[in-house]
Design a protein around this ligand. Structure first.
Ligand code: AHM
Ligand code: MG
Length: 341
């Protein structure tokens, strides 16, 4: 039987080699994987147990909380409290930072995460995910405060996601390398299945909530129209939308193409959160040779000024991301010229 590389073996080798101070980062990612296995086990049984349905109440974003949103967040806090691995947790489900005083003297890192991404899919047995990002804790005045993570996404030292689909996959990036693992449920281990993932230069699919088309910048409508079958562009696309960012991004990572969630007049920054959704996936996309933009700037350059700030997101293959950026830039130029005329 061929030797199979476990996630733990891989982390010890890869993270030590590529991330400064790699040892703790490898342990953090291994602990994230353990937490996600616990979440996955619960997801597999959810229709039979007591975690189906809504928790009641809304989170900091004003969104209804599923019992599994809450459960998944608890799994993370439980696995890291007292572990000595992390100083601070920042989650979509917690308004404030979760500072682990007792772990801080030793721990060197902060974890930003969305424990249950795409949770509206839970009611229909659709794909959901977990997104995670590791940053170094600050040693200055911001230590233990939200401002600790008010740094651009380039400061991330590792990022990744788990996709709870027909298979459970964990994908992580560190030091410009992206690797994917598939959970062998019989063994309870993630094994390397997708080494050195590279995002195709362009793809055949785009992904967006098309019900919002009329609310977006005209540039997005132009992209869709030009790239529809019979449109003016050389390439034409099929539309794919799962409604869980992890699942839609995963498809773009493996097959190429683009996902976008623009802003509109009511929500100029769109829906997706920078620290634990856009920035980690942007880190992965760039490491795999793809791109991620807000339409105005590189996602990894944006400096957050709050834990739950949002950003428009255009992410995927370089060709498609830059095609949309060019249309947006052309539109801004047109507006500027019109105001001068
Ligand atoms: P969530 O983290 O609260 O589940 O919200 C984020 C999700 C993303 O997974 C997905 O890309 C997006 O919301 C879908 O939004 P919409 O239903 O507006 O298309
Ligand atoms: Mg989310």
């Amino acid at each position: 039987m061929d030797h199979r590389v476990t996630l733990t073996q891989h982390l010890l080798r890869e993270v030590e080699a590529h991330a400064p101070g790699g040892g703790p980062v490898a342990s953090i990612l291994a602990q994230v994987a353990t937490a996600c296995k616990e979440i996955r086990a619960e997801l597999a049984e959810v229709g039979l147990g007591s975690l189906a349905g809504m928790q009641g109440g809304v989170n900091v974003q004003g969104e209804s909380v599923h019992k599994l949103d809450w459960f998944a967040n608890e799994v993370f806090t439980k696995h890291f409290r007292g572990s000595g691995l992390l100083c601070t947790l920042i989650s979509e489900e917690m308004e404030d930072i979760y500072h682990l005083d007792e772990d801080c003297p030793r721990a060197q890192h902060v974890l930003c995460y969305d424990p249950m991404d795409g949770s509206s899919n839970l009611d229909v047995d659709g794909a959901v995910g977990t997104i995670f990002s590791v940053r170094r804790k600050s040693t200055g005045k911001t230590h233990g405060k939200p401002e600790e993570v008010f740094e651009p996404g380039t400061e991330q030292v590792a990022a990744g996601y788990v996709l709870y689909g027909p298979q459970c996959m964990l994908v992580y990036a560190v030091g410009g390398n992206v690797h994917g693992f598939t959970l062998d449920t019989a063994v309870g281990e993630f094994f390397l299945s997708h080494p050195n993932i590279r995002m195709p230069e362009h793809g055949k699919e785009f992904s967006a909530n098309m019900a919002r088309l009329d609310a977006w910048d005209p540039a997005f409508r132009e992209f869709v129209r030009n790239h529809s079958h019979g449109g003016s562009a050389a390439r034409s696309y099929s539309l794919r939308y799962i409604g869980a960012l992890v699942a839609d991004f995963h498809r773009a990572l493996l097959r190429g193409g683009v996902f976008f969630y623009p802003g509109d007049a009511n929500n100029p920054h769109g829906k997706l959160r920078l620290l634990y959704e856009a920035a980690p996936l942007a880190y992965l996309a760039e490491a795999a040779g793809g791109a991620a933009s807000s339409g105005r700037e590189r996602i990894l350059s944006i400096v957050p000024d709050g834990l739950h700030v949002r950003t428009p997101l255009i992410i995927g293959s370089r060709y498609e991301v830059s095609a949309i950026e060019s249309l947006l830039a052309g539109e801004r130029q047109g507006v500027a010229n019109a105001s001068l005329a």
